[in-house]
Design a protein around this ligand. Structure first.
Ligand code: CA
Length: 130
């Protein structure tokens, strides 16, 4: 699986088990459990492109639906409600997909949910200093 090597097998297994039942998926919980929180910006960018299956630079709804299958081929697809909640949280500009421009580092930078925006990522704070 794509995330093998980046994340611990036991963390992936635990996160998938936690999300096994329909409607039990919560992306913030999942990111925490699977160990993506606190990863480097480079790893998070890789993670983005794992999920962006067609490498369009955007994570569309159908790719988000199959999010769990990036961690295990036998994982379930997300329900429509789960997919919509996930998308709604990540799609800051309302274009119906999660993009790499800006949104990547506000949302797809999983750790930023929990950390105090102190990661060294290219973004607005850097630009404002130039
Ligand atoms: Ca895509």
């Amino acid at each position: 699986m794509a995330f093998k090597g980046m994340l611990k097998d036991e963390d992936i297994a635990a996160a998938l088990k936690h999300s096994a039942a329909a409607e039990s998926f919560n992306h913030k919980e999942f990111f925490t459990k699977v160990g993506l929180v606190g990863k480097s910006a480079e790893d998070l960018k890789k993670a983005f492109y794992f999920v962006d299956q067609d490498k369009s630079g955007f994570i569309e709804e159908d790719e988000l639906k199959l999010f769990l299958q990036n961690f295990s081929a036998s994982a379930r697809a997300l329900t429509d409600a789960e997919t919509k909640a996930f998308l709604a949280d990540g799609d800051k500009d309302g274009d119906g997909m999660i993009g790499v421009d800006g949104e990547e580092y506000s949302f797809w930078n999983f750790g930023a949910f929990f950390q105090q925006q102190d990661m060294h990522v290219p973004g607005k704070s850097l630009q404002s200093q130039m």
